[in-house]
Design a binder for this molecule. Structure first.
Ligand code: IMP
Ligand code: MG
Length: 404
């Protein structure tokens, strides 16, 4: 079997964690290639619910777990997360030596920058991920391998001491971090290739969503890394030929957490109801997510950017409890209609969505397989986006999944 990637087609929180856990059994390893502990991937098994921020979501399926060079690694978060998991999970984990480290000082910087931005704050998760990548671009970020050979800390120590951080705080953070990663740092790219050569395959788990990509998303209201599948090879250190087929994850309504334009955003009782039925609260920050209808303009752009042919549709059960159902088919701006997302990006907060209500999703039951409404939605999305829907998720639990 070939490698496969799971990528979010909206503003994150599409339900990737559940799908990665569902699919992980077929793969040798699950690998993260972007983002940091800003991610929140939730997996539910029976009564048990677990949220992963750094450890790949394959942990509960006993897979090999890889954290690639493109990930911003916060050793303190990793320590906390591993403490909640069985000991064997740590033995399955390999962290690339080239990962940029996130320090407590990056987290302070994240908070200060957000406060300075005032009303135009991005609404970051304040996990220090943006500052850590910025430190990397400044050639100041310590890497995970640096913890082990004890070099290259003079420049960041000096940088932070000019911002008021005591050098002894910096060195005690280094000492503590060294203990967290000792024995599990290596070359993730080489391991991915090795798995392929021995006949196995790897599942790549993207964090955040396509519309939060640093280059291609709704800048500046984006995250600080690349969330599109074209970043997989760079973020892992493998050739593009190894990055496999992408599976796009699409939630059957839209959510966004943090600031920034959101053309199909709803307010009032329908959004409150979707938020409550879908439990749309940030897995990392607990913030209520903003809620809206599906947006085909944005989705066509995300499908094109990632070269998506296959889609997993998530949270269909939520629509069963919502009386209305609409889909945005184009945007209206200054009297004309457009379906060009990228062309609208400079004025996304001014466009008016043009809606279609092709059928009702209310009252559908998924207990005995896919109901007629579910089939209609699949046909509609397949026609509108030129994709095939190959998986349907209709509940948090692993078992609530239908393969098509
Ligand atoms: P940062 O990634 O913490 O810098 O936050 C930048 C933006 O991305 C904010 O709007 C966050 O809410 C959003 N964001 C970051 N990670 C996630 C995620 O995993 N899911 C959804 N939104 C995210
Ligand atoms: Mg999430």
């Amino acid at each position: 079997m070939a490698n496969l990637s799971v990528v979010g087609l909206q503003w994150g929180d599409e339900g990737k964690g559940k799908l990665v856990d569902y699919l992980a059994g077929q793969f040798e390893a699950v690998a993260r290639f972007n983002g940091g502990s800003n991610a929140g991937h939730t997996v539910v098994i029976g009564e048990k619910k677990q949220t992963f921020h750094l450890v790949p979501s394959g942990a509960l399926k006993d897979r090999e777990l890889l954290i690639g060079a493109g990930v911003a690694l916060d050793p303190a978060v990793l320590r906390e997360e591993l403490a909640l998991l069985p000991d064997k999970v740590r033995r399955k984990l390999l962290i690339d030596g080239r990962c940029s480290l996130v320090s407590p000082f990056d987290k302070q910087l994240d908070a200060v920058l957000e406060e300075l931005r005032g009303v135009s704050a991005i609404g970051t998760t304040r996990r220090g991920v943006g500052p850590a990548y910025a430190m990397r671009a400044l050639r100041l970020a310590p890497r995970s391998a640096d913890l082990l050979d004890g070099t290259r800390f003079a420049a960041p120590t000096e940088f932070y001491s000019r911002l008021g951080v005591d050098a002894t705080h910096f060195s005690s953070w280094i000492e503590e971090s060294r203990r967290v990663v000792a024995g599990i740092v290596g070359d993730v790219g080489a391991r991915v290739i090795e798995i392929g050569e021995s006949g196995g395959s790897v599942l790549f788990e993207a964090s955040q969503g396509t519309l939060l990509d640093l280059l291609h998303g709704s800048y500046p209201y984006v995250t600080s890394s690349h969330t599109v599948v074209s970043y997989i090879p760079a973020g892992l250190g493998i050739p593009p030929s190894e990055s496999g087929e992408p599976l796009g994850v699409l939630k059957c309504y839209t959510t966004r957490v943090g600031g920034g334009p959101f053309p199909t955003e709803l307010d009032g009782p329908t959004s409150d109801q979707i938020r409550s039925v879908g439990n749309e609260y940030g897995a990392t920050t607990g913030r209520p997510r903003r809620v809206g209808w599906l947006d085909l303009v944005a989705l066509r752009y995300a499908v094109r950017l990632n070269g998506i042919k296959n889609i997993a549709l998530s949270k269909l059960d939520v629509l069963s409890e919502i009386r209305d159902f609409s889909v945005c088919v184009s945007y209206r701006h200054l009297g004309s209609e457009t379906s060009d997302f990228q062309g609208s990006i400079g004025h996304l907060n001014e466009v008016e969505p043009v809606y279609e209500s092709p059928f009702k999703m209310y009252g559908a039951s998924y207990d005995n397989g896919l109901p007629v409404q579910g089939k209609k939605l699949i046909d509609y999305l397949e026609d509108s986006l030129g994709v095939r829907v190959s998986l349907v998720s209709h509940g948090e639990d692993r078992l609530r999944t239908i393969e098509l």
